[in-house]
Write a new protein. Structure first.
Length: 263
C-alpha cells in the first residue's frame, strides 16, 4: 500500500514537470530556504556523498554500504560523471539502489564566501549548468523520468535566490544538517582546517549525544575523495555500526525528506 501511494505521488509530480518538489511537512530549512533535515522525531538519517574531481573513496564507500545494507545518496558533478575512470562507479551506484542526483555540471561557486546574498552566477547560467548535469546523469541511468530531483549545490554554498531558481526548475535544493562536522573530511593534511578522520568520527558521535534530537532526521555529508591520506571512508563502517547500535535507521535521502515515505 505504501509503495502504491509513493508511485501515485511520483506520477502526480511527473504530470506537473515544473511542480514544486514534494518535501514532507516536517522538513527543516535553513535561512536560505534549503532543506537540511528531516523529521526530528524519528530515529532515521541519511548518508550523502558529493563528488567532483576526486573519486578515490567511491569504491570503498560503496563496498561499506553494501556490506552494511545501507542505501546512500550520491550527488555528482558533470565533471565526475564524464570521467571515464569513474563511470563504472556511477553505474554501480545506480544498480545498487542508491539515490544519484546532481551537484552542478562544472562545480562553480554560486556566491562569495563573505557576501552570501550576492550571486556570482546568472539565472540562465544556473539553469543551463544544472540541466546539463541532470541530462548527463540521466544518460548514465540515474534520475528516472518523472522522479523528483534533489540537488546539493557545489561547495554546499548558495543563497535564497538560487534556492528559488531551483524551485522554478522543479528541483529540490538540499544540504547537509549542520553541527556534526562530518563535512570536514574534504581538507587535506597540511590544510589549516584539516581534521583527522578519527576525530571527525568522534565529533559526530559526540554531537549525537549533545543535540536534544540526537541525529534524528540528519543528513550527514561526506566526500567521495579529496586527495587526503587519511580518508574518512576508513571510519565509515564504524560510524554505521555505532549509529545502528544506538537505534538509528539509515534511509535514502529522498525517503527521509520527501512525502512518499512510510508516513
Amino acid at each position: 500500500m505504501i509503495r502504491i501511494v509513493c508511485l501515485l505521488l511520483v506520477a502526480v509530480w511527473a504530470a506537473h514537470a515544473r511542480a514544486e518538489v514534494p518535501f514532507a511537512a516536517y522538513v527543516v530549512r535553513d535561512s536560505e530556504g534549503g532543506v537540511i533535515r528531516g523529521d526530528v522525531k524519528a530515529k532515521r538519517l541519511s548518508l550523502i556523498f558529493t563528488g567532483d574531481e576526486f573519486g578515490e573513496s567511491a569504491e570503498p564507500i560503496l563496498e561499506t554500504l553494501r556490506e552494511r545494507g545501507v542505501s546512500g545518496g550520491f550527488f555528482l558533478t558533470g565533471n565526475f560523471v564524464r570521467d571515464k575512470a569513474l563511470r563504472p562507479l556511477v553505474k554501480r551506484m545506480v544498480e545498487e539502489g542508491h539515490y544519484v542526483g546532481p551537484h552542478s555540471d562544472s562545480h562553480p561557486l554560486y556566491a562569495p564566501w563573505d557576501d552570501r546574498r550576492r550571486s556570482l552566477v546568472t539565472a540562465d547560467f544556473f539553469k543551463d549548468d544544472l540541466q546539463k548535469n541532470i541530462d548527463g546523469l540521466r544518460e548514465a541511468g540515474a534520475l528516472a523520468a518523472g522522479a523528483p530531483v534533489l540537488f546539493v549545490p557545489p561547495y554546499e554554498w548558495y543563497n535564497a535566490e538560487q534556492t528559488a531558481w531551483s524551485g522554478k526548475l522543479g528541483v529540490g535544493l538540499i544540504n547537509f544538517t549542520p553541527g556534526s562536522g562530518s563535512n570536514r573530511d574534504y581538507a587535506r593534511e597540511g590544510d589549516r582546517v584539516f581534521v583527522p578522520s578519527q576525530k571527525i568520527l568522534d565529533d559526530i558521535l559526540a554531537y549525537e549525544e549533545k543535540d536534544p534530537h540526537g541525529l534524528n532526521g540528519f543528513v550527514l555529508l561526506l566526500h567521495l575523495g579529496s586527495g587526503r591520506r587519511d580518508p574518512f571512508h576508513s571510519q565509515l563502517g564504524k560510524l554505521c555500526e555505532e549509529l545502528t547500535g544506538r537505534g538509528y535507521e539509515f534511509v535514502r535521502v529522498d525517503e527521509l525528506l520527501l512525502t512518499c515515505d512510510e508516513r
